[in-house]
Design a protein around this ligand. Structure first.
Ligand code: DGL
Length: 272
């Protein structure tokens, strides 16, 4: 099999990275996708950097065994703490979500006031803050850990009144800082876009890491001559693996990807 015909591997701590899988499938429908959600060990957002690096190494080790041609670390926390390690240890293109999100935020902002929301791990790593300031040192940044959002999304509580209250509490400092751009620095947050937009009001652009990640992957595959050829008009399959398969995951996964999921199964990871 030609290397370009091999699948793209995508991993996340759980279901949120399916937003990236969906964006990749929409932009590059011919690509085969192998997804791994480490649902048994979710959340990554409050773990130490050393643990996240170990988990990320095991996640990518699993995908590597599936003969992938390139990997996407869809998890922001894993990108923030483990991308460098993974790139050093694995001999294949490995993309993370921080860089594409940073580029999109810089193109989106007019007043240079940018908000960033993510897990405690992502925000405390300063990965987004440093990457943004490295590109434009005049930016005014307001970063906040918003740890309640992942469980609210996982529990399907977005429509709940309590979620609206929590969001306005989280976003008050962002509004006071007159941000015009908010980076959704967590895999799950694109799912809360309507609620975030409603809480922020008009005039704030939401930067979605999923869409930007898909564009960055397209550029990277084409740079390495690894895009699946245009002559292959077959739709790529999406195979989903999880370390714990709960009915809740299955429901969310089907909501994200519907009939695009070709296979959904529980797997065990080898320890690194
Ligand atoms: N996937 C994680 C992220 O993007 C959010 C969920 C978790 O904490 O594991 O940071």
């Amino acid at each position: 099999m030609k290397r370009a015909d091999l699948p793209v591997g995508i991993f996340d701590s759980g279901v949120g990275g399916l937003t990236v899988a969906r964006a990749v499938h929409q932009l590059l429908p011919r690509e085969e996708i192998v997804y791994l959600g480490d649902t048994a060990r979710l959340p990554y957002g409050d773990k130490s950097p050393a643990t996240i690096q170990r988990y990320a190494r095991e996640d990518l080790g699993f995908l590597r065994q599936c003969q992938i041609k390139a990997a996407v670390v869809a998890c922001n926390t894993a990108t923030a703490h483990a991308l460098k390690t993974l790139r050093a240890e694995f001999d294949l293109p490995v993309l993370g979500v921080v860089e594409p999100g940073v580029e999109a935020a810089i193109s989106a902002t007019c007043n240079g006031h940018i908000g960033i929301i993510g897990t405690a791990g992502t925000i405390s790593s300063r990965a987004y803050q440093n990457a943004l300031l490295a590109k434009r040192d005049d930016l005014q940044l307001r970063a906040a850990a918003t740890p309640l959002l992942v469980p609210l999304i996982e529990e399907d509580w977005l429509g709940h009144e309590a979620t609206g209250l929590i969001l306005s509490e989280y976003l008050k400092p962002m509004q006071a800082a007159t941000i015009d751009t908010l980076v959704l620095a967590c895999t799950h947050y694109p799912l809360a876009k309507p609620q975030l937009a409603a809480a922020l009001g008009p005039g704030v652009t939401l930067v979605d890491s999923a869409e930007n990640m898909a564009l960055a992957l397209e550029r990277e595959l084409s740079r390495h001559d690894l895009l699946r050829s245009a002559s292959s008009n077959q739709l790529g399959r999406v195979r989903v693996h999880v370390t714990d398969l709960s009915p809740q995951f299955e429901k969310l996964a089907r909501r994200f990807l519907g009939d695009k999921i070709h296979d959904l199964q529980a797997v065990q990871l080898d320890e690194a």
